[in-house]
Design a binder for this molecule. Structure first.
Ligand code: UD1
Ligand code: CA
Length: 472
């Protein structure tokens, strides 16, 4: 169903959010409220999209330029109401066909529902259609007033409604389709004779009705789809509803989610069948997870690629690649630019940054690995630190294939360890170690005989040592 123009109203101050950030930039499921609306609208492939911006204008415009560069922004300097916003969006343009108007604060709305609504509007040849729903708690919404024949006659805002009208549960979703010419012909007639002294777009419906135009109220069954976010309570409500919607979708596509109430998957993430997600996990951004991978419990992945059969337990990974059958965790922190090859291991209390780990290599325990390239089949001993920062600059460490780094080695970068080389446990390695060599960088051990007996005479240690000596 073709729609020529989509107008998204996003200039409001969002006063009820009590935020320094524009309301439409707040996010749920990894996307801004406005981003969700733009994604639903994109499904309709409109000839043009116009977004009315005002509050926190620069940030909103910058955001739109990033996520929907073809959209036109229109500035509403003074918030004169939803009708005023549409007047501005229409001014100076010769509109044709159908215009869809909706708000930038309804993240639950789907492209499918918008398409079905448009189809009803266009097939019915109506001058205007309003998407409505029966809401169990209509408080705050505009109410749909129907005449004796059951036809839509006007919309009344909560604060302008009579006590009787407030009992009506059918509400205005804030989504409208208009014959563009008829909208343009009536939008100038609205007045601000209401409790807020604003120009209400909703009044256009009553005006068109009085002109004898055909108006439709198209009811949608699922009232959650039209949930408008006006405050942080509704922000959390819509986030939870979207979480459930996203989880349901992935479960139907073959993902096992052990506890859907504590699993938060951004709308932009992609999962394959036979992935298992344990409780308390958050899958963010552009993360993709291949089949057979096991994630969680209590794991956060942001902008990561997790390959087939990998497992990530109780860990955090950001902008990292986790190779096929690799194991990560528990308590591992993979930072920006970590690339773990196939069958690798990053174990407990290991932090890795800007590092490539070759096939089959392991960093099993208590290490920091930064700015490094590790070859294949190498083992980084427990508590090894890649000393990459000299206080001013970061330096690179190169580790070859089948290297054995002894426990508690300090690799002071820039430094290179050749193929098949070893380092002795506890070494501070400041010079390159050639292939096949062992690098030993520590003081030779000496034992001071009977030191404890002399310096700690009478202590439990001294007594234990004396008893041992007596036994011979
Ligand atoms: C509006 C409707 C109400 C409907 C509800 C659905 C009106 C008068 N009322 O009420 O019938 O039930 O949506 O969620 O339209 N905006 C501007 N410029 C302005 C004022 C608002 O761009 O001058 C934008 C806001 O940013 C927002 C949208 O229009 O995205 C709706 O405004 P809001 O103040 O949230 O209206 P509601 O009180 O929710
Ligand atoms: Ca609203």
């Amino acid at each position: 169903m073709a729609v020529e123009t989509v107008i998204i109203l996003a200039a409001g101050d969002g006063t009820r959010m009590k935020s320094e950030q524009a309301k439409v930039l707040h996010t749920v499921a990894g996307r801004s409220l406005l981003g969700h609306v733009l994604a639903a609208v994109d499904h309709l492939k409109p000839a043009q999209t116009r977004v009315v911006v005002g509050a926190d204008r620069e940030s909103v415009q910058e955001h739109i330029a990033q996520i929907a560069p073809s959209a036109i922004t229109i500035v509403q300097e003074r918030r004169g109401g939803t009708g005023h916003a549409v007047q501005l969006a229409l001014s100076g343009e010769a509109f044709r066909g159908t215009t869809l108007v909706l708000a930038g604060d309804t993240p639950m709305l789907t492209g499918q529902s918008l398409a079905a609504f448009l189809e009803a509007h266009i097939n019915g040849k109506f001058s205007a259609s309003v998407l409505t729903t029966e809401h169990p708690d209509p408080t705050g919404y505009g109410r749909i007033i129907r005449d004796d024949n059951g036809e839509l006659s006007r919309i009344v805002e909560e604060r302008d409604a009579s006590d009787d009208e407030r009992f009506i549960c059918e509400i205005n979703s804030g989504v409208y389709a208009f014959d563009s010419v008829k909208l343009a012909g009536s939008i100038g007639e609205i007045t601000d004779t209401n409790s807020q002294k604003e120009l209400y777009l909703t009044d256009v419906i009553g005006i068109l009705k009085r002109k004898g135009e055909s108006i439709a109220a198209v009811m949608i069954d699922d009232f959650t789809e039209i949930l408008g976010v006006n405050d942080r309570v509704q922000l959390a409500e819509s986030a939870a509803l979207l979480r459930d919607r996203i989880n349901d979708k992935w479960m139907r596509e073959g993902v096992t989610i052990i506890d859907p109430t504590t699993t938060w998957i951004d709308i932009t993430a992609k999962l394959s069948h036979d992935v298992t997600i344990h409780p308390g996990s958050t899958i963010m951004g552009t993360t993709t997870i291949a089949k057979g991978a096991v994630i969680g419990p209590r794991t956060t992945l942001k902008d990561c690629v997790v390959k087939q059969g990998a497992s990530v337990l109780e860990s955090i990974a950001i902008n990292s690649v986790i190779g096929m059958s690799a194991t990560v965790g528990p308590f591992t922190y993979l930072r920006d630019g970590t690339v773990l090859g196939d069958s690798t291991k990053a174990g407990a209390f290991v932090e890795i940054k800007n590092t490539t780990v070759g096939t089959g290599s392991k960093v099993p325990h208590l290490s920091y690995v930064g700015d490094a390239t590790i070859g294949e089949g190498s083992n980084i001993g427990a508590a090894t630190i890649f000393v990459n920062y000299d206080g001013e600059n970061k330096h690179h460490t190169t580790i070859g294939d089948h290297v054995r780094i002894g426990s508690d080695t300090m690799l002071v970068a820039p430094v290179a360890i050749g193929d098949g080389a070893y380092t002795a446990a506890g070494s501070v390695i400041t010079e390159d170690v050639p292939a096949g060599a062992i690098g030993v960088g520590r003081a030779k051990q000496r034992n001071v005989i009977d030191w404890v007996l002399r310096k700690r005479a009478g202590s439990k240690s001294a007594q234990a040592a004396e008893a041992r000596k007596k036994k011979g």
